[in-house]
Design a protein around this ligand. Structure first.
Ligand code: CTP
Length: 394
C-alpha cells in the first residue's frame, strides 16, 4: 500500500487534546499527517504539540507568511487522501453545511476532492440541537462521513451524547477507509476465532491457549477489503472490531450453531478458532467436591465443525488452520484432504515467538490445487493479507 496522507482539521473544543492521540495513532500506521488548526483550537492545545507528533508544519493562520510558494489550502486539499475533522464543532459543521469558507480549515474542506470525515464533539444539548442535526443530515446526504460521538459524562459535567469517539477507533476507521484493496466487496465472510470451552461443572471448564488474535486480524483484513464479515468468537479479551458483526460464543455447540446457520449464504469461511475436540462425557450439575486423591473425568469427542462444513459445502471457499507441534506439512495436508478444504494455514505451535498470544505468526499456506506458500515471520494481520491475496489469485 503506498503511503497515504490524512489532513486533520482540529477545532476548538476541550476534546482537541485527544486529537494528539489520533495523530500519534495514524503516524504509527505509517500515514502522513498534516494538521490544520482553527484559531480557537490553539487555545486548548498548542500547534507545537501537533507539529512534534505529526512531524509536519501545522497550519493555523490563512494569511501567515507562506512557507513555500504553494497556496496552502489548495495544496493540502489536493494532497489529502482523507480529510478528518476531529473534534468537529457545531461551528465547522454549520459552516461546511452552509458553504462558508472563511478560514484555513473551512477553505481546505471546500477545496478538497478527498473524502471528508467529521468526528463531532460538543455539549449534548448542542449536539441534539435541531439545527446541528439538520446540518449533519445535509452533509451526510451530500456524501460526507461522520464518526458518531459517544455518550457519557461530558467536560461541562452534563451527561449525554457528544463525547469525541474513542481516538483509537477514529484512527482505525480512517485507516480502514484508506485501504487500497477493496477486492472483497460483495463477499460474505465468516471468521471464527479464539478458543471454545467445555464445561465440567458450574464453576469449572477446560479450554486452550488461543487468544483470538489471528481470527480478529483475518476479520479486520476482510472488512477493510470491503467484505461483509461475521466474526464468531470464543472467549477473548480483544474488543469487538468496528464494522463487523461479532457474535460471542462459549462452547463447540454454540460455535457450530452460529456458523451453520450462516453457512449457506456465505462465500468464504475462515476457521481460525481453536475448537475444543473433547467435552466431559457428563456435565455435573453440582460442583464436584474434593474427595478422592485422584479425579478422573471421562471425555467424549465433540463435533469437528470444519469437517461438517467440508461435507456440506457447495460454492463456499473453506479455509482451515492447522496448529501442529510436529510433521507440520504432512499433518496440514492431511487436514486439508480430510476436511475437504480449499486452503489450510499451517503453523508450528512449538515456537515461543509466534503462534498463540503472539502478535506474529510463521505459517505455510497450502491449497487444494497443490500450491505451497511458505511465508516469513510476519504480523498476524500480514498473514491475513497474504491469505486473501492467495484466495483472490495474486
Ligand atoms: N476445527 C473445528 N472443530 C473442531 C476442531 C477443529 O472446526 N472440533 C477446525 C479448526 O478451527 C481449524 C482446523 O479445524 O481450522 C484444524 O484444527 P486443529 O485443532 O489444528 O486440528 P484438529 O482437527 O482438531 O486435529 P488435531 O487436534 O488432532 O491436530
Amino acid at each position: 500500500m503506498c503511503k497515504k496522507t490524512v489532513v486533520l482539521g482540529v477545532c476548538g473544543g476541550i476534546a482537541a487534546y485527544k486529537a494528539l492521540d489520533i495523530v500519534s495513532n495514524l503516524k504509527k500506521k505509517d500515514i502522513d499527517v498534516h494538521v490544520i488548526m482553527t484559531e480557537s483550537s490553539s487555545q486548548f492545545v498548542t500547534p507545537l504539540s501537533f507539529q512534534s507528533l505529526s512531524q509536519n508544519m501545522v497550519i493555523y493562520d490563512m494569511f501567515e507568511e507562506p512557507k513555500s510558494f504553494e497556496i496552502q489550502h489548495i495544496s493540502l486539499a489536493k494532497k489529502a487522501d482523507i480529510m478528518l475533522i476531529a473534534p468537529a464543532t457545531a461551528n465547522i459543521i454549520g459552516k461546511v453545511a452552509n458553504g462558508i469558507a472563511d478560514d484555513m480549515l473551512s477553505t481546505t474542506i471546500m477545496a478538497t476532492k478527498a473524502k471528508v470525515v467529521f468526528a463531532p464533539a460538543m455539549n449534548t444539548n448542542m449536539y441534539n440541537n435541531v439545527i446541528v442535526q439538520q446540518n449533519i443530515k445535509k452533509l451526510k446526504d451530500l456524501g460526507y462521513e461522520f464518526i458518531e460521538p459517544s455518550s457519557g459524562r461530558l467536560a461541562c459535567g452534563d451527561e449525554g451524547k457528544g463525547k469525541l469517539a474513542d481516538s483509537k477507533l477514529i484512527s482505525e476507521i480512517v485507516s480502514s477507509m484508506l485501504y487500497d484493496k477493496k477486492d472483497l466487496i460483495g463477499k460474505k465472510i465468516i471468521v471464527t476465532a479464539g478458543p471454545t470451552i467445555a464445561n465440567i461443572d458450574p464453576v469449572r471448564f477446560i479450554t486452550n491457549k488461543s487468544t483470538g488474535k489471528m481470527g480478529y486480524a483475518v476479520a479486520e483484513e476482510a472488512r477493510d477489503r470491503g467484505a461483509e464479515v461475521t466474526l464468531i468468537s470464543g472467549p477473548s479479551s480483544l474488543s469487538d472490531p468496528f464494522g463487523i458483526e461479532t457474535v460471542k460464543v462459549n462452547t463447540n455447540e454454540e460455535m457450530f450453531d452460529e456458523v451453520v446457520s450462516r453457512f449457506e449464504k456465505c462465500d468464504i469461511v475462515v476457521k481460525s478458532a481453536a475448537v475444543a475436540d473433547y467435552k466431559p462425557k457428563a456435565y455435573s450439575e453440582s460442583k464436584i467436591k474434593k474427595k478422592e486423591a485422584q479425579l478422573t473425568i471421562d471425555f467424549i469427542k465433540d463435533r469437528d465443525i470444519l469437517k461438517i462444513l467440508g461435507e456440506r459445502k457447495s460454492k463456499q471457499i473453506l479455509v482451515g488452520f492447522a496448529a501442529e507441534s510436529n510433521d507440520l506439512l504432512q499433518n496440514a495436508m492431511d487436514k486439508l484432504k480430510k476436511k475437504n478444504l480449499d486452503y489450510v494455514v499451517a503453523n508450528d505451535i512449538t515456537r515461543s515467538d509466534t503462534g498463540f498470544a503472539s502478535a506474529d505468526n510463521l505459517v505455510t499456506i497450502l491449497s487444494k490445487n497443490g500450491k505451497l506458500i511458505k511465508l516469513e515471520k510476519m504480523t498476524k494481520r500480514c498473514v491475513a493479507r497474504e491469505l486473501f491475496n492467495l484466495i483472490n489469485g495474486y
